[in-house]
Design a binder for this molecule. Structure first.
Ligand SMILES: NC(=O)C1=CN([C@@H]2O[C@H](COP(=O)(O)OP(=O)(O)OC[C@H]3O[C@@H](n4cnc5c(N)ncnc54)[C@H](OP(=O)(O)O)[C@@H]3O)[C@@H](O)[C@H]2O)[C@@H](O)CC1
Ligand SMILES: Nc1ncnc2c1ncn2[C@@H]1O[C@H](COP(=O)(O)OP(=O)(O)O)[C@@H](O)[C@H]1O
Ligand SMILES: [K+]
Length: 517
C-alpha cells in the first residue's frame, strides 16, 4: 500500500503539514494560494454560465483562496461581489497580498449581501476550523440555506470537519467542492460526502514526496491499494490451490448463507462447503449445485462442526448470515463461532455471529486469535462495542466519527473491522483504515451484506496461499461489491451480486494493465 499515493486521505492537520513541507521544499506559499484559487475559478467557469457571484472570505487562508477566486472570475467578465469576515491584521502575508490584488469593493458582512446572488463561493473556513460556527458566520450559512442559493465550496463546505465528515453546527450544502492535493476523510464520510456535492481534487503544486514524512494511515478504497495481491487463478493451479471455504448455514433463514456461499464461489474459492443442521439439509441440498452441503446432526451441530474442522483443507470460515438467534439457536451460533475461531483459521463473522454475543461481547473478543474479519452494520456494531461512545479516546465532539470507531474496534478486537453503510470503513488492528466510496444506494437491499461476507471469505480462502491479507481481502471484497452494484444499476437484488461479479472481474482484469504502467 505504501507505493500508492493517490488514495491517501489527509486529516486537516496533515494537510497543513503537507503545505508547510511544500513551502520548506521551495514552493512559495503565494504560488500554492494562487493555484488553489485558480483551480476553484476554473472549476466554476467549467460548470456555471456567467452569473452574479458572491465570494465569502474568512479570516484565514481559506479566505485567501477566496480573494484569488474573486479576482479571476472578475477578470473573466463575471459580476463579482466580495464580503470579508475578519480583519486585515489577521491575514497571512499571502492572503493579504491577494486581498490587495482584489480591485473591487469589499461589502459589509451581513446577510443582505445575498440579495441578487446566483452563486456563493464559500471561502469562509477550511482546514483551520477548530470549533462550531457561531454569530455572523453561522447566520450567513443559515440564510444561504433558507434562500437555497447554489454554493461552490473552497476545500470543504464551511463548518464541515475535514477529519470526520461531521458538521460543526450548521453547514450550507455545496453543489461543488474543490479541494487541494488530496482528499480528506470528511469528504468521504457522511454527512460530509453529501454536503460536498461533486468533489474535485486539484493539483496545486505540492510535491507527492511530502507524503512520505506524514505517516498517513487512511486511504480511499481503490484497486491500486490491493491489486498486486489479488488471487487470480494460477496457470498451473487446481481447485485446491484456490482454497476451501466453509460456510455455516442455519435452519430457518436458509437464503442468507446460500447467498454467502454463492458469493464465495463466484469470487473464486476453489471449493465451498455449506454446513447445515440436518433439519434444513434437504433445502440446502436441493437448492445448491456447485456448493457442497455437509450435514450437522441434531443437537450436536457444534460438535459436528468442530469435527468438520479437523480437516485442515477448510482454510476460511464464514459464520453469521442466517445462523439464527432465537432460543437455542443463539447458543448454537455462539458455539459455532467459538469453534471456528479456536482453529486460528481465517474467519469472517457477520450478522447473527456478532449479535449472538450481544450482552457478552468480551467472550467473542477474547476468542479472536487468528486472522478475522468482522462485518457489522451499525446495529451489530453497537451490540459488540457498546462502550465505544464512552471511550475516553473519543473526542467529545466526534462521538459519531465512523473512522475512529472502526479503528478503535479493530484495535480492541484484533480483527479487521468492516463497519458497513453507505461509507463503509475497513479498519485494521494496526491503525490503517480504508474508506469505501463506490457503493451505490441500490445496495440497501436485503441480503446484500450476506453476499459481501461470501466475497470476503472467498478471497480469504484463496488469499492465504497467495499473500492477500485479511485487510486487503476485506477492502477488495467491499470495492468489488460496490462496483458490481454500480455496473448493475437500478433494480438490483442481492441474488444479482454474485451473478454479475464475473463481468466486473473481467473489466477489473483488463484495467490491471493500466495500473501496472
Ligand atoms: N494546505 C494547503 O495545501 C493549502 C491550503 N490552502 C487554504 O488554506 C486553508 C487553511 O487555512 P487556515 O489554516 O488559515 O484555516 P482557515 O480554514 O482559513 O481558518 C482559520 C481561521 O479561522 C478561525 N476560526 C476557526 N474556526 C473558527 C470558528 N468556528 N469561528 C470563527 N473563526 C474560526 C481561526 O481563528 P483561531 O481559531 O485561530 O482563533 C483562523 O483565523 C485551506 O482550507 C485552503 O483553503 C491554500 O491556500 C493553499 C494550499
Ligand atoms: N445507502 C447505501 N449506499 C451504499 N451501500 C449501502 C447503502 N446501504 C447499505 N449499503 C451496503 O449494503 C450492504 C448491506 O448489508 P447488511 O446491512 O448486512 O444487510 P443484509 O443483512 O440485508 O445483507 C452493506 O455492504 C452496506 O455497506
Ligand atoms: K470553505
Amino acid at each position: 500500500m505504501e507505493h500508492e499515493h493517490k488514495q491517501h486521505l489527509l486529516t486537516p492537520n496533515q494537510m497543513a503539514m503537507a503545505d508547510k513541507a511544500a513551502v520548506a521544499a521551495g514552493v512559495p506559499a503565494m504560488d500554492l494560494m494562487a493555484a488553489a484559487g485558480k483551480a476553484v475559478a476554473d472549476a466554476v467557469l467549467a460548470r456555471w454560465s456567467r452569473c452574479s457571484v458572491l465570494v465569502l472570505c474568512g479570516p484565514g487562508n481559506n479566505g485567501g483562496d477566496g480573494f484569488v477566486v474573486a479576482t479571476l472570475l472578475h477578470s473573466a467578465g463575471w459580476p463579482v461581489r466580495l464580503a470579508f469576515l475578519g480583519s486585515m491584521e489577521q491575514l497571512s502575508p499571502e492572503a493579504a497580498h491577494f486581498f490587495h490584488a482584489w480591485q473591487g469593493d469589499v461589502e459589509g458582512y451581513s446577510v443582505d449581501v445575498l440579495e441578487q446572488t446566483d452563486l456563493v463561493i464559500d471561502a469562509l473556513f477550511g482546514a483551520g476550523l477548530t470549533r462550531s460556527l457561531a454569530g455572523k458566520a453561522r447566520d450567513m450559512l443559515d440564510e444561504i440555506i433558507a434562500r437555497d442559493i447554489p454554493v461552490c465550496a473552497v476545500d470543504v463546505p464551511s463548518g464541515l470537519d475535514g477529519a470526520t465528515g461531521a458538521a460543526f453546527g450548521v453547514v450550507a450544502p455545496a453543489e461543488l467542492t474543490v479541494t487541494f492535493f488530496r482528499k480528506k476523510p470528511g469528504h468521504l464520510l457522511f454527512p460530509g460526502r453529501a454536503l460536498c456535492g461533486e468533489l474535485v481534487v486539484a493539483d496545486i503544486g505540492i510535491p507527492a514526496a511530502v507524503l512520505e514524512a506524514l505517516d498517513i494511515q487512511a486511504w480511499e478504497n481503490s484497486p491500486e491499494l490491493w491489486y498486486r495481491d489479488y488471487p487470480w487463478p494460477r496457470l498451473d493451479g487446481h481447485k485446491f490451490h484456490r482454497g476451501h471455504a466453509l460456510v455455516y448455514g442455519g435452519e430457518n433463514m436458509t437464503g442468507a448463507s446460500r447467498l454467502t456461499a454463492r458469493g464465495a464461489m463466484r469470487i473464486g474459492a476453489g471449493l465451498v462447503t455449506l454446513a447445515a443442521p440436518i433439519k434444513a439439509w434437504a433445502v440446502y441440498a436441493t437448492a445448491l449445485t456447485g456448493v457442497m452441503v455437509a450435514k450437522l446432526e441434531q443437537s450436536q451441530e457444534a460438535e459436528d462442526f468442530e469435527e468438520l474442522l479437523l480437516d485442515p483443507r477448510y482454510n476460511a470460515i464464514a459464520v453469521g448470515p442466517g445462523a439464527g438467534l432465537v432460543g437455542f439457536e443463539r447458543i448454537r451460533t455462539r458455539k459455532i463461532v467459538l469453534a471456528a475461531l479456536v482453529t486460528g483459521r481465517a474467519t469472517v463473522l457477520d450478522a447473527d455471529a456478532l449479535s449472538a454475543f450481544s450482552g457478552d461481547p468480551q467472550t467473542l473478543l477474547d476468542a479472536i486469535v487468528g486472522p478475522c474479519v468482522m462485518t457489522p452494520h451499525e446495529g451489530e456494531f453497537a451490540r459488540i462495542f457498546p462502550e465505544m461512545n464512552k471511550s475516553p479516546e473519543m473526542n467529545k465532539n466526534h462521538r459519531d466519527d465512523k473512522l475512529t470507531r472502526a479503528r478503535l474496534a479493530a484495535k480492541q478486537s484484533g480483527a479487521v473491522v468492516v463497519l458497513k453503510g453507505a461509507d463503509t470503513v475497513i479498519a485494521s488492528p494496526d491503525g490503517r483504515a480504508v474508506i469505501n466510496s463506490n457503493a451505490p444506494a441500490d445496495l440497501a437491499t436485503g441480503g446484500s451484506g450476506d453476499v459481501l461476507t461470501g466475497f470476503i471469505v472467498g478471497l480469504l480462502s484463496q488469499g492465504t496461499s497467495q499473500g492477500m491479507s485479511p485487510f486487503n481481502a476485506a477492502a477488495a471484497g467491499v470495492w468489488l461489491h460496490g462496483e458490481v452494484a454500480n455496473t448493475f444499476g437500478a433494480g438490483l437484488i442481492a441474488e444479482d451480486l454474485p451473478d454479475h461479479l464475473p463481468k466486473v472481474l473481467s473489466a477489473f482484469k483488463t484495467r490491471l494493465f493500466t495500473f501496472k504502467k
